[in-house]
Design a protein around this ligand. Structure first.
Ligand code: SIN
Length: 199
């Protein structure tokens, strides 16, 4: 599969017939909201875990020297917490462009987490809804796959792209997860290794 997924996402999953869509963010979409939204709530998905296994040609690296960013890997029993945003379908013009480097949109069940605004289930009494998530699977051309925490940290430490240093992607994500009281050992272990390499 080509690493540019803009046309594929439009063709596979038209959304214009819907009034609004919940988008689930687990990576940069947690801390970088460069789009308008109607509502935002912490949420989680089950059966998936975050992994720094996707190459970034357009944000945190270049085609010649890709950075390492997150994708989700299907893992029975796993839980991945993030932020859900209620957006209008036209927002996907921007989001598909932002996530074009190998990510395909899929619908998945979202479960609300308690938040300060929203101490109960979070969605008018319902504790789950369907939402869209961007996934970069192993068959996209930008996929890098597994490596040790130390190798991933070293790769992140030396990478940079049009959106800035790859290290910023990791450090901002780790901070955003701490702010949500969420522990993700994959993210935090790579962050620890990265901090050892930083001046
Ligand atoms: C996401 O944040 O949900 C997708 C991956 C990324 O843009 O970091």
């Amino acid at each position: 599969m080509s690493h540019n997924t803009i046309a594929l996402n439009k063709q596979r999953q038209p959304l214009n017939h819907l009034d609004s869509v919940w988008l689930f963010g687990y990576g940069s979409l947690i801390y970088k909201t460069d789009f308008a939204y109607l509502d935002a709530k912490p949420a989680c998905i089950y059966g998936w875990q975050r992994r720094f296994w996707q190459g970034s040609h357009d944000h945190r690296g270049t085609p010649e020297a890709p950075g390492r960013v997150l994708t989700l890997v299907e893992t029975p029993g796993a839980r991945c917490a993030g932020m859900a945003y209620q957006v209008t379908p036209d927002t996907f013009e921007h989001l598909d462009h932002r996530e074009k480097n190998g990510y395909l949109r899929v619908f998945t069940p979202l479960h609300w987490l308690p938040s300060s605004d929203n101490s109960e289930s979070g969605n008018s009494g319902h504790d789950e809804t369907e939402g869209v998530v961007y996934l970069a699977s192993a068959d996209n051309e930008a996929y890098l796959g597994p490596a040790s925490d130390a190798e991933i940290a070293a790769h992140i430490a030396k990478s940079r792209g049009p959106s800035g240093p790859n290290s910023e992607y990791l450090l901002k994500l780790a901070q955003a997860l701490r702010d949500m009281n969420e522990h993700d050992e994959h993210v935090f272990a790579i962050e620890r290794q990265l901090l050892l390499l930083m001046p």
